[in-house]
Design a protein around this ligand. Structure first.
Ligand SMILES: [Mg+2]
Length: 346
């Protein structure tokens, strides 16, 4: 089999400027990867690099030829475990770039087997979950308007970004217009441990499912301080990057937020899910600002998750790719009528 590979960088505008405690973005740069088997099957994947973790579209482009050379050298796309191991040996510090290749290969392999990816993993498409839709930071009145728009679009789970001097006001306002939604909040490392505990005590009145990354990732003792005192469950995101982090966070939080772009591939993500469960953690899968070229693959892990935050495509002005159908935010794997991840150019 002759494997042919190509990649392409592109910029995708977001529907709204997206603000978290660290800053604002108005567009996202992704690098899409195509892997062809010469028999008419094309696997699609993409990197959604995050500068917070040291990657940009330029660093992905820089290492991609070396990664794709590994794929062409191995030659058999079905040797996924071996290829992912060699990708990691080639460029350890570029997880989003490796993930793009991992996704494209899994898409290709599932297409060659003529099954959707969840079926390749042996998962039940009915055991799915619903993604949250994220409300970024803004003036409180604007966040209220965005919440009303999200409700009109049918979303039943919202995630609200926090990390301001008016966090309680924001949550109170959102709850006043969305009394029945499932609500997550994410401080993106913005609070000190003591500030986190006092804020979470006040936020607990608003029926929140959990609080994500209250304190900086480089303060593991602070995370434990918050976890031991918090009346709400705590999720770790920036503190939970690769498999080696799972045992480190196990006695410091309730939920591990796993992301493909942090961990470097679909198989590593599945290992993290099982390791988190072995340590008594609940599991969430999140994403960066990404298109369906990569989100679609993460959606196939939904039957293994307690929570999904896979709204990357929903936050784009116009995603060039279709993926797994998400009516009202439900990850409708059973409605997917294509093999592979379902990522396809519109
Ligand atoms: Mg987060």
């Amino acid at each position: 089999m002759t494997i042919e590979t190509t990649f392409q960088r592109r910029s995708l505008p977001l529907e709204y400027p997206f603000t978290i405690s660290r800053g604002t973005t108005t567009e996202t740069e992704v690098v899409t990867v195509r892997v062809e088997d010469g028999e008419g099957n094309v696997g699609i994947g993409a990197a959604g690099p995050s500068s917070h973790y040291g990657e940009t579209a330029a660093t992905v482009e820089a290492v991609m030829p070396d990664l794709l050379a590994v794929v062409e050298d191995v030659g058999d796309p079905h040797q996924l475990a071996r290829i992912e191991r060699r990708l990691r040996e080639t460029v350890e510090r570029n997880p989003a770039a490796r993930t793009a290749v991992s996704i494209a290969l899994h898409d290709l392999v599932a297409k060659r087997l003529e099954v959707p990816l969840y079926r390749y993993w042996g998962l039940d498409p009915a055991e799915t979950t619903e993604t949250s839709y994220t409300i970024g930071l803004d003036e409180t009145a604007v966040m209220r308007e965005k919440t009303e728009t999200a409700l009109e679009r049918g979303y039943g789970t919202l995630k609200v970004k926090l990390g301001t001097g008016r966090d309680v006001e924001i949550v109170e306002t959102i709850r006043s217009v969305a009394p029945d939604v499932r609500l997550f909040v994410d401080a993106n490392e913005a609070w000190t441990p003591r500030e986190a505990v006092s804020k979470i005590e006040r936020l607990a009145e608003y029926d929140l499912a959990f609080v994500e990354q209250p304190v900086p990732a480089d303060d593991p003792d602070g995370l434990r301080f918050v976890y031991e005192r918090s009346p709400l469950p705590i999720a770790a995101d920036e503190s939970c990057i690769t498999l080696a982090d799972v045992p480190r966070i196990a006695d410091r939080c309730d939920i591990a937020n796993i992301k493909l772009m942090k961990c470097g591939g679909l198989r590593e993500a599945v290992r993290m899910i099982h390791a988190a469960r072995a340590h008594g953690l609940e599991v969430m899968c999140g994403c960066m600002n990404e298109s369906n070229a990569s989100i679609a693959a993460a959606c196939h892990l939904a039957p293994l998750l307690d929570y999904a935050d896979l709204d990357g495509s929903l936050l784009l002005a116009d995603d060039p790719y279709d993926g797994v159908p998400m009516p009202d935010g439900r990850i409708a794997l059973a409605a997917l009528e294509r093999p592979g991840t379902g990522a396809t150019l519109k």
